[in-house]
Design a binder for this molecule. Sequence first.
Ligand SMILES: Cc1cc2nc3c(=O)[nH]c(=O)nc-3n(C[C@H](O)[C@H](O)[C@H](O)COP(=O)(O)O)c2cc1C
Length: 305
Amino acid sequence: MNLGIEIFGVRFKNPVWVASGTFGYGEEATKLYDVSLLGAVVTKGLSLRPRLGNETPRIAETPCGMLNSIGLQNPGVEAFLKDIYPRIEKIDTHFIVNVFGESEEEYVEVCKALESAEKVVAYELNVSCPNVKKGGIIFGHDPVILGRLVERVKSAVRKPVLVKLSPNVTDITQFAKACVDAGADGLVLINTLVGMKIDVKRRKPDLATKTGGLSGPAILPIAVRMVYQVYEKLGDEVPIIGVGGISNWEDALQHVMAGASAVQVGTANFFDPLAPLKILEGIRAYMEEEGVEDFSKLVGVAHGG
Ligand SMILES: Cc1cc2nc3c(=O)[nH]c(=O)nc-3n(C[C@H](O)[C@H](O)[C@H](O)COP(=O)(O)O)c2cc1C
């Protein structure tokens, strides 16, 4: 049985990865389990300079999910390379760095700084953070601006460039197409959906920023629908990485059958830290039971007919 995949020229030991912002830089979980069992770790978003993030409270529980408005707190790419990377490079799996910038130039600079970090196999451009005032969403909500950013980064770096799309748009396929036309090597969908929770005692929104990004099981059907729509439009032109609401192997396989070549586990890491490993085992058991030799054969099978 083959759970290995090869996408955008990189071989991954399996298709179960962890999503940006829900797994730090991969270090914390080493106290819980062997992180090298994961297909890849996607890091918390990195920017050129350190960011303190938004004011607190910036997390709120919701039915079947959570809202966050972290605001991309991170130490900056230089500190990452100096202090964090030397420790995580010993973990025997691939790293994908989630990159954020307030300008095209910043996205380029962050990626360029990571070009010689061997364990970093690709960049995931976050153009879809709903919780920052500048950058991110500005790029993710206009297909022309998005295409220009992707072209600019692609022309400046050697490693594959993935783009993480926003679900807070009317037609996600337009944005997917703009990225592919600009040379993106892969698409990651979806980021969080803008939401709000109100504290009725205080008569005010829970989050300091008022709105935040909704994630967790509540968003699974939306994410699956978007993966399906993008696969329907683009077929296997570029690999799609499915993320959103995955907490068990069946959720993961929904993404895969909709068209995802690999999946990322996000919020589930908070309520079930072993979820990624259980999902991997569940997929393996499903393949054995169903007589599926090669995982890639499951990608997009919900289409047609
Ligand atoms: C606390 C938190 C922090 C996040 N930080 C980032 C980030 O830095 N960059 C990014 O692209 N997505 C970030 N995300 C979005 C997740 O990577 C993922 O796309 C989203 O949560 C949907 O997946 P899920 O429902 O499995 O959590 C974050 C999500 C959460 C909950």
